[in-house]
Each structure stands twice: as structure tokens, then as C-alpha cells.
Design a protein around this ligand. Structure first.
Ligand SMILES: [Zn+2]
Length: 344
């Protein structure tokens, strides 16, 4: 990767100014310098780490290479970035998380995980999830909410929150009970695999990841968390991928895509997402990865409503229709504001 003179200097000064490790998540995010624009003129390297849950459909080496080449082409076509994707490692997802155990035990990580993780079965969890949903809905207009859940005329914001919760709980329960592994002897969500599917664990893991810029996994991140937006809640808490802040690379960004919702033909996915033809699975996954890379390279904010634009996240779990619309429109985004993210 090319080092960007002024940018690197600012990073160095910011680094030397804070000798003390932040202990709370708020302190940590406040300590992050604003994101800089990534220059189009230089060429870049994106270091990819592939992490696998052996119980789930896999992406073999050849499929991964094909996927990386597709992404390089799309980055050039849609975002005018010259990027080489290089796989820097491949390994077992659960083992890697186990090795990262000390990272999850720091005061900073514990602060974040305890604030964000909501135990679905725990006492009072319905109230915490409902209040998360209510907070999110308060910021959104009714027309947009109605795109995600069916509501009677005259429904209040509380009715809408109850409807979103019902969809959330039903989908997450069915997803978590999906049979996996040899002859479907295991289920997707169990104590052994819980951390590898937890949004807050991923946030902490990615923030400290030094050997890669992006993780590709064949698993899924799903569960309630205290920051989930409407479009994540109606997917049953599934986060197909996300990008967050990093102090470990020059991009100041790090991300993950969980490929299970694109690769699996389990009944849950066939019902909620529909069938993706085998030959189009990699392309569908590539389109979604481009959504995340819009956050990563363009510092693009989340956008809503405009079909055929890759920066608008797929609604619900219908990723295939979303992918087709984006490809058909050749990723046309007419209403994108100029403003970009200064912090993930
Ligand atoms: Zn997004």
C-alpha cells in the first residue's frame, strides 16, 4: 500500500499524543482522528483474511480467487479505485476467535460487549430490544418504516416497534435453529459458536486485527444488539457485513462480510431470501461486498430508498433481487449526498 504523506504524519502525531489506552468505548471513539479521503490516484492493496466455520457451506480457494478478481474489476468500474485483493491467510473461525480471547478481555472490549450485547433469552431482554427498536424508529419517517413492516392505517410508533420486534424474534429464532454440520446434527447457534456470530465480538476483533484489512467468512453475524438499525432488526438481527474504525492500518478502516446468507440453501434462507442460482451466488456476494467497500473506500454513509444503487443496503434478506437491480442499473446512484463519513 502507498503511504500517504500528510495522512501518515497526522496519524503519527495523533498516536504519540495519547499514551494512555482508552478504557471505555466512548473514550476510544473520541480518540479516533476523523477519517481522511482515500486517494484514487494511487493503487492500493486490500489484505483479505478468510475465516471458516467448517459446519457451513464453504468457499474453496478457487471460488475465493474468482471472487477477489470480481471485486477488483467492480472497484475499478464503480469506484475508480485500482486495488489488488491479496489473501493473507485462511483459517478456522472459532480457533481464531479463541486465540483472540485476550482481546475480548481488555477493559475496553468488556465495556463495549457489555453495553451492546443483549441476551435474547435473558430477563428483561424483550424490553431492551424494544427500546433499541423504538429509539431507531423515532429517527425515521413513517413511509420508510412501512417499507419494512406491514402496518394498519393510523398505526403508532409503538405499534411499529411491536411489529418490528415480532419479525425480529421470529426470524432470529428460525435462523439460529438451522441444522448445520454433517447430517445436520448441530444447530447454527450454540454456546461454542456464539462469539463467532456476535456483532459486538466482531467489532472488538476487527478493531484489533493487524494482519488484514478485511475478513471474508462463510458464517453469519446475527443477534440482538443495542445499536441495530431498523433494516438489521427486520432481518432477524442479521448483519451481512460491516466496516468499522481501525488504528491498525493506513485506511483507518476494517471490515467483514459473512457469506452464509449468500451461500446457504437451508430452508430459512430459501423462505426468507428465495433461491439464488448456483452460478450467481459469487456475483451476489460480490455486489454485497461492494456495498461494504463503499463504506470502506468512499467513506460512504448508509443510504435508503434508491433501488439499483449499491450504497442502499438490501431490504430484509432479499439479497438476490437487490443484486439484480444493482447490476441491471449498473449501479446508478442519482441522489447521493456529497457528505461522507468522518467516523464509522
Ligand atoms: Zn451499509
Amino acid at each position: 500500500m502507498v503511504a500517504w504523506g500528510a495522512f501518515a504524519l497526522v496519524a503519527l502525531l495523533a498516536g504519540s499524543g495519547c499514551a494512555q489506552e482508552p478504557r471505555t468505548w466512548a473514550e476510544y471513539t473520541e480518540s479516533l482522528p476523523p477519517l481522511q479521503t482515500i486517494p484514487h490516484e494511487s493503487s492500493h492493496t486490500l489484505r483479505v483474511l478468510y475465516l471458516e466455520d467448517p459446519r457451513l457451506p464453504k468457499l474453496d480457494e478457487k471460488q475465493r480467487e474468482t471472487l477477489y478478481r470480481k471485486i477488483e474489476i467492480l472497484l475499478a468500474q464503480w469506484y475508480s479505485f485500482k486495488v489488488d485483493l491479496v489473501e493473507v491467510g485462511a483459517g478456522d473461525l472459532r480457533e481464531r476467535f479463541e486465540k483472540a480471547a485476550p482481546v475480548f478481555e481488555t477493559p475496553l472490549a468488556k465495556d463495549f460487549i457489555s453495553r451492546n450485547a443483549i441476551d435474547l433469552g435473558g430477563f428483561g431482554s424483550k424490553d431492551s430490544i424494544l427500546s433499541t427498536i423504538r429509539e431507531d424508529l423515532a429517527r425515521r419517517d413513517e413511509k420508510l418504516i412501512r417499507r419494512y413492516v406491514k402496518l394498519k392505517p393510523g398505526a403508532t410508533k409503538d405499534d411499529a416497534a411491536a411489529a418490528v420486534f415480532a419479525v425480529f424474534e421470529d426470524r432470529l429464532t428460525r435462523l439460529r435453529e438451522t441444522p448445520v454440520g454433517e447430517e445436520g446434527k448441530d444447530i447454527l447457534h450454540s454456546a461454542r459458536y456464539a462469539d463467532t456470530q456476535s456483532f459486538s465480538h466482531w467489532e472488538v476483533f476487527l478493531g484489533r486485527l493487524a494482519d488484514a484489512d478485511f475478513v471474508l467468512s462463510n458464517s453469519v453475524i446475527a443477534g440482538p444488539d443495542s445499536a441495530m438499525p431498523l433494516y438489521v432488526a427486520v432481518r432477524g438481527g442479521i448483519t451481512n457485513g460491516f466496516v468499522t474504525n481501525s488504528k491498525e492500518n493506513d485506511y483507518r478502516a476494517v471490515g467483514v462480510v459473512g457469506a452464509l446468507p449468500f451461500l446457504s440453501d437451508a430452508p430459512f434462507f430459501l423462505e426468507e431470501r428465495g433461491k439464488i442460482p448456483q452460478r450467481e451466488k459469487l456475483d451476489t456476494l460480490a455486489t454485497f461486498w461492494m456495498h461494504e467497500l463503499g463504506h470502506f473506500f468512499l467513506r460512504m454513509k448508509e443510504h435508503y430508498g434508491e433501488g439499483g444503487c449499491v450504497h442502499v443496503a438490501p431490504e430484509g434478506l432479499r439479497v438476490y433481487e437487490w443484486h439484480r437491480a444493482v447490476r441491471k442499473a449498473q449501479n446508478t446512484c442519482r441522489f447521493l449526498p456529497e457528505e461522507r463519513l468522518t467516523l464509522y
